[in-house]
Design a protein around this ligand. Structure first.
Ligand SMILES: *[C@@H]1O[C@H](CO)[C@@H](O)[C@H](O)[C@H]1NC(C)=O
Ligand SMILES: *[C@@H]1O[C@H](CO)[C@@H](O)[C@H](O)[C@H]1NC(C)=O
Ligand SMILES: *[C@@H]1O[C@H](CO)[C@@H](O)[C@H](O)[C@H]1NC(C)=O
Length: 613
């Protein structure tokens, strides 16, 4: 109650300053406040998603929970299938309450039955990215601490590749098949069809508290090996409430093509349980099938990441583009130019952009309708959540500190690092089996001696009107001529050119120069050639000198991670050496006002400093 009074008082003050957004701000803070209260109640009662699931099944057993291809699974079906999956694991004798089980499969119903089954058993699920292989696979598996692995049938080859190491570690390996082709692994499906679908006793998970792990999610680093972020039961609730926060209603049908092994998948598929809604799942995003699916399943809410929206806008226009029931899109990473395109092509879909780090303790939602903004920075918000945007030195890759060693808040309009205070109530659980990485995400003595903040690794900017804009990942900026270059911004400008389909922008080192100079790996639109003069003119017109890519390399395709993030590390290492790169290379030439082919001679001149970059 006290909080409410304070909020009202502060709200009134805010009203004087920020009239136009006052009601939205209050409404949003109230929603957050309600969620916070509900989560606190759940914490007192130890009420997990598994308990909610049981209640939802009781409330609407015959409502469809999942649609996948031509199959429909009701909440009751899901309940029974997850009971069976849990029993197979239980009966293997290898899985007891609290043991982690690693899941290695893509988007398919079985993923949900296994995860739900594990929640019922009180066992955390390590959600392995199904694209990882070999060394990376072993690394991820190992840091979860799991002794049991369940893998999709079509990933059998990938499992066999590392099987000797797994067996050496005495790991029990299940393949989701009726029969297995090798003796060292166990089949799962045949056992599941024989297992009982009767409810599992609730006391199986009596050891679970809201602070125990419900699972591990691997953050898809574009550099280095993935890290396992622990997802507590509280955190599961926070993900689940993203749907509520973004305005999803209980009669909605949500369409997700995003990987279930990432936060986005959890927000979609597990968030559905709280509202008891229907999830339409697809193995993989397909731009040509997207709207047909939406029509077929009467989808009303879609989940996106920026790249998906861009791909959708880039597919050839069709007369029925506006024929669908989608009313809301929730997700993150949409750029303003894509947004405009999207609305004009697919009609008036409400877009709710949110921001949140998988492992962090902070999130923002664009509830105000300001294009490009991911949220609002208000007094009220700050009362509920302690966070700050601090000055960041991109070159040194660390926060700027003043003479007494404390961090400094960024000025309005200036991109800074978003940090949120770590306290008992807002914990950062860290990465499983990786003390060093965990420590790297903790910032100490930020504003006071002894305080501790979570480093989101994201650069945000707050404008004069308190709108928050996502700027870049810390790793996605480079410094050139004393300026920060945000790679996605440059890419957005370049891809406005018709001949360029996609661009991945990064910085490369040049001898004798501070920082990194811009380079872009691009792929060309179908049937187009590289219009070098046109691109030169365009870049010159739209980008400041320091942000213009001096080098371009033309690829047939651009490599992306499991969540469609462009891979940069290898490209950065390659640099612009024509000896090492077979793809066509271009150099920006100010004199002839063109991008010209980068020959060995030109390369040598750049390296020796004869050509000034
Ligand atoms: C979609 O809606 C139409 C009309 O309301 C209905 O006839 C159809 O059965 C629905 N399809 C699904 C998959 O719910
Ligand atoms: C931080 O975590 C706590 C508990 O884990 C939760 O109650 C709170 O809402 C979170 N804050 C944000 C901003 O996500
Ligand atoms: C923010 O929300 C409004 C209203 O839904 C929407 O028009 C706008 O596009 C959103 N901005 C972004 C970046 O998603």
């Amino acid at each position: 109650m006290f909080t409410l009074v304070v909020l009202a008082a502060v709200g009134f003050l805010a009203f004087l300053f920020q009239r136009s957004y006052f009601f939205q701000d209050v409404q949003h803070v109230l929603i957050r406040w309600k969620i916070k209260k509900r989560i606190l109640t759940f914490m007192q009662k130890n009420y997990t998603i598994a308990d909610q699931f049981a209640d939802t099944v009781k409330a609407h057993p015959h409502k469809p929970y999942l649609r996948y291809k031509d199959e429909t699974f009701t909440y009751l079906d899901a309940d029974e299938l997850s009971n069976r999956a849990a029993r197979v694991l239980q009966q293997s004798g290898r899985v007891k309450g609290g043991d982690t089980v690693a899941l290695f499969l893509g988007n398919e119903p079985q993923f949900l039955w296994l995860f739900l089954g594990l929640l019922k058993l009180g066992c955390p699920a390590a959600l392995l990215n199904c694209n990882i292989r070999a060394k990376s696979f072993l690394h991820c598996f190992k840091c979860s601490g799991a002794k049991t692995l369940v893998a999709a049938e079509e990933l059998q080859d990938a499992v066999e590749e590392v099987l000797p190491s797994l067996l050496e570690q005495q790991v029990t390996v299940f393949i989701l098949a009726d029969r297995c082709r090798i003796a060292d692994v166990k089949s799962f499906k045949d056992k599941m069809s024989k297992a009982s679908s009767e409810p599992l006793p609730k006391d199986l998970r009596s050891h679970v508290t809201m602070r125990s792990a419900a699972g591990y999610i691997y953050t898809s680093g574009t550099t280095g090996l993935p890290k396992a972020a622990m997802v507590t039961h509280t955190k599961m609730w926070m993900y689940s409430f993203m749907q509520y926060m973004t305005g999803v209603k209980s009669n909605d049908v949500i369409y997700t093509t995003l990987p279930l092994y990432h936060t986005a998948g959890i927000i979609g598929a597990f968030g559905a349980i709280e509202r008891g809604i229907t999830v339409v799942l697809r193995t993989k995003f397909s731009s040509s099938q997207f709207w047909d699916d939406c029509r077929k399943y009467n989808v009303t809410v879609i989940q996106y990441i920026g790249e998906i929206m861009r791909y959708l806008c880039n597919t050839p226009k069709k007369p029925n583009d506006k024929v669908h029931k989608v009313r809301l899109a929730i997700g993150n990473g949409m750029r303003p130019d894509v947004w405009r395109d999207f609305i004009s092509t697919f009609g008036n879909v409400e877009i709710r952009e949110f921001y949140g780090a998988t492992e962090g303790n902070i999130s923002t939602v664009n509830y105000s309708g300001k294009m490009g903004a991911v949220g609002r920075d208000t007094f009220m918000h700050r009362l509920l959540f302690k966070y700050a945007v601090i000055k960041y030195d991109v070159d040194e890759d660390k926060p700027v500190r003043d003479s007494s060693g404390f961090c400094v808040e960024a000025s309005r309009g200036e991109p800074g690092l978003l940090v949120s205070e770590i306290t008992m109530k807002t914990p950062f659980m860290g990465y499983a089996g990786d003390v060093q990485q965990t420590e790297k995400k903790r910032l100490h003595n930020v504003f006071r001696t002894g305080d501790m903040y979570f480093n989101t690794g994201d650069l945000l900017r707050v404008d004069e009107d308190n709108f928050i804009y996502f700027q870049d990942r810390v790793g996605d900026t480079f410094r050139w001529k004393g300026e920060n270059v945000a790679t996605t911004e440059v890419a957005d400008v370049i891809t406005m050119m018709e001949c360029i389909k996609e661009a991945n922008v990064y910085g490369v080192e040049v001898p004798g120069q501070e920082g990194r100079v811009g380079m872009a790996a691009i792929s060309l639109s179908d049937g187009k050639h590289f219009d070098s003069t046109g691109v030169f003119k365009h870049v010159k017109k739209f980008l400041p000198t320091y942000a213009r890519p001096r080098f371009m390399r033309i690829q047939s395709t651009l490599d992306v991670t499991g969540t469609f993030k462009h891979m940069k590390t290898k490209l950065v290492q390659d640099g612009f050496n024509p000896n090492q790169i077979t793809a066509p290379l271009y150099l920006m030439d100010e004199e002839v006002k063109d991008y010209i082919p980068l020959t060995q001679d030109l390369f040598d001149s750049v390296m020796s400093g004869k050509i000034k970059i």
